[in-house]
Design a protein around this ligand. Sequence first.
Ligand code: NAP
Ligand code: ZN
Ligand code: ZN
Length: 347
Amino acid sequence: MIQTKGYAAQDEKTNLAPWSFERREVGPHDVQFDIRFCGVCHSDVHQIHNDWSPGIFPMVPGHEIVGTIVKVGAHVKKFKVGDLAGTGCLVDSCRTCDNCKEGLEQYCLNGSTGTYNSLGQDHKTPTYGGYSNTIVVHEDFVLRISDTLDLAASAPLLCAGITTYSPLRHWKVGKGHKLAVLGLGGLGHMAVKFGVAFGAEVTVLSTSPEKEADAKKLGAHKFVVTSDAEQLKSVTGYFDFILDTVSAQHDVNMYLSLLRTNGTHICVGVPPSAYQIHAFSLIGGRKSLVGSLIGGLPETQEMLDFCAAHNITSDIELIDIKNIHASYDRMIKGDVRYRFVIDMATL
Ligand code: NAP
Ligand code: ZN
Ligand code: ZN
């Protein structure tokens, strides 16, 4: 077994603290890479607090993982020692169901294996994430990372990147569309970059007036403060798509009124409690309320290659792992500019 150092929460009430654990030996199809940077996703906060469901503890969060390969199994063809590598939210799936065969492993009909707070395909072995010094992953769930982009700023592409790229591609958002990005955090700022790259007119809908200058620098064409009734009125019935990245409770009915006829509200944010939707918010204007979960492995590689070709990375604040809870507190307050990334050298 491989002795591994990490940061774990022992239960939902205790803070993350140093913790040692074991990872499996490198099998014939496995890749081991030493983790250099790991992004901090709001899903890490939700999961260590049991916001969605009881978690598997001890929990080592982290699913925006990049580093350098130190060992490959005898049958690994795609990677070699010294290459950069990345892993996102998935480390395994059944690989045999219709969705897996289509490269939609996130929708595995038999249940995919998450990078942490999850069980392996044996339904027994817990997984531990990227707030740690090294990881062993089957080569099919390892991604190629470009050495032309800043490595630390590439880490958030593995979740914030693919989670916003995938729905924009699926619903073919682009030229001629008016896209609203609801919430300018980790996911939201990537959605702005992709929306602009795909040719849409992008508006940020935010609770934080002080983020306007940043939104414009990211390429957004408009910025609307959602607590300002006059500003909201100016975009009522205006958008073709709203990409909703909000992590906390909010009134979706109010945002549905900003869609034009046949408009689509795409949920990617996952607040702890259920949305309350009135049927009238949808039927008057034939509106769609849809959702999307991260992205499959082929599309994640496509997104990483797109980012390398278009020089797209995340805007990050590099942190010492000892400051993880201060970062969580800032994230919960909406004060993230625009992704915290842990420098794993501080572990
Ligand atoms: P984040 O960086 O904390 O950003 C969330 C943003 O939402 C905040 O910066 C804030 O933006 C806005 N917001 C926060 N509280 C709000 C409220 N009460 N009302 C309205 N807006 C509010 O979080 P993230 O990492 O981007 O993740 C966002 C959500 O997506 C989380 O729930 C996460 O679990 C989920 N997620 C889903 C997937 C998926 O596959 N679907 C993948 C990853 C993450 P403003 O300051 O601009 O208002
Ligand atoms: Zn995430
Ligand atoms: Zn499957």
